[in-house]
Design a protein around this ligand. Sequence first.
Ligand code: IPE
Ligand code: IPE
Ligand code: MG
Length: 241
Amino acid sequence: MNNNLQNIPEHIAIIMDGNGRWAEEQGKERIYGHQNGVQAVRNAIEAAGEAGVKFLTLYAFSTENWNRPKEEIDALMGLLVKAIQNEMDNLMSNNVRLQAIGNLFSLPIECQNELKDAIEQTKKNSGLTVVLALSYSGRWEIVNAVKEIIKHDVNENEITENSFATFLNTKYIPDPDILIRTGRERRISNFLLWQIAYTELFFPNILWPDFKKEDLFEIIAEFQTRQRRFGKTGAQVQSEI
Ligand code: IPE
Ligand code: IPE
Ligand code: MG
């Protein structure tokens, strides 16, 4: 556990990548990797809760993931329903609130219903908020925001960076302090494009099913050693502390 209680990140976002390769390395089907990824999700939620993080956004299924073979998509959607059902007691006893972002209406109806129920049941929990990104992509979200702005007849001079952000799915969520991508790739794959403008990036050299609580604690500890400058000089930031 990380003992530095100063400067705890408020929001951590994770691209949970590498399930398929984890399974293939053991000569198993890709879905076996997704099944084992559920334990890593549990680890991340527990660690974030213990560390005092307020928001944990998990990239579970991208807009582009709809292009995968149908049987993998079906297995992933089934796994999602099962995981939500199995984890409900845990979420309640850990005071976790569940939310979701993305094009949720494109999900199979049983996923939509399961999600809706879980969001409703956990909405009064006041600990960690876990945000599942499902059928989500950053470009989809930005285009969606533009459509909403047009629908609401918003005047050109009312559009600022702050007002634009209120049309995004993440309107109640602060921008991530930390973005983690497992799976040994160093790319964003269309995740939270608007929100990560000044996020600190981490690419641990592990596949998602191997992600442990300690991995999150280590990343938080490294985050606490980084100086975020937001465009200013190091000396300016130092003098503000
Ligand atoms: C991440 O693991 C999970 C999803 C994208 C749903 P992958 O399924 O992408 O695993 P790799 O990257 O092929 O190993
Ligand atoms: C990103 O992983 C999406 C999720 C983890 C849900 P991908 O496996 O889809 O990303 P690419 O295709 O390697 O960029
Ligand atoms: Mg992948």
